[in-house]
Write a protein that binds this ligand. Structure first.
Ligand code: GTP
Ligand code: MG
Length: 211
């Protein structure tokens, strides 16, 4: 039996929002974080993974998520035997970067909350770096990747909005993404609209949680 197919998030709930590390929730749950440009689809990805539309707030206007938001999730493998995998974890929705609101305060931001989170979190096991699959290799994403890699952050690249590309473009852009941002595991193409990429991403989470 292919266990990947039967891996699901069976529970998901909002837990806390933080602007400082002393506001992070207590406990020893491992964390999987989501980072990327504003509007790339971080909150939508969390909702798709959890199969709950309104869990994380989604918006067409960039800069929706401004705080570090924690969600408690339970990942379970549906299996007949007693050995079925079942683990709780935090999903961490980080503020988007690169949002320039002309004349506003949030010009070209890389929130200090991101730095603090990456440097302070003791429980981070995987950081999903989301890149719009239509635009692989933007300089701002390259900067984010380089900074995270230099800090030794365990990364998973995700190409978002896969439903907006033709199959041939998707293949080409995914390979560009893999060349530009090499990782232990290849980039995953994801569509939060169609939930494509979900099984392979959940299987990746199973690998890193409690390993
Ligand atoms: P910030 O919180 O502002 O940083 O944005 P975010 O990265 O959390 O993006 P969010 O999930 O709010 O989505 C931004 C917009 O992209 C919304 O209009 C979503 O409906 C749309 N979107 C997100 N994922 C997908 C996808 O897979 N396919 C399509 N077609 N649209 C998507
Ligand atoms: Mg968001």
């Amino acid at each position: 039996m292919d266990s990947k197919q039967d891996l699901r998030i069976i529970q998901a709930a909002y837990t806390a929002s933080a602007v400082r590390s002393n506001q992070y929730p207590e406990g020893d749950l491992q964390e999987i974080a989501f980072l990327g440009r504003s509007n790339v689809g971080k909150s939508s990805l969390i909702n798709s993974l959890c199969n709950q539309r309104g869990l994380a707030r989604v918006s067409g206007d960039p800069g929706k998520t401004r705080t570090v938001n924690f969600y408690t999730v339970v990942l379970q493998e549906k299996q007949e035997d007693q050995q079925a995998f079942r683990q709780s974890a935090f999903f961490v929705d980080l503020p988007g970067y690169g949002f320039a609101r002309t004349g506003g305060k949030n010009r070209d931001t890389w929130s200090s909350f991101i730095n603090e989170y990456v440097q302070q979190s003791q429980r981070l096991v995987l950081l999903c770096l989301l890149v719009d699959l239509r635009h692989p290799g933007l300089p701002i994403d390259a900067q984010a990747y380089a900074w995270l890699a230099s800090h030794g952050v365990p990364l998973q690249l995700i190409g978002t909005k896969a439903d907006k590309l033709k199959a041939s473009e998707l293949k080409r852009n995914l390979s560009t993404l893999n060349q530009q941002f090499p990782g232990v595991f290849p980039a995953i193409a994801y569509s939060s609209l169609k939930h494509s990429g979900r099984d392979v991403l959940l299987a990746r989470f199973q690998e890193v949680i409690n390993n």
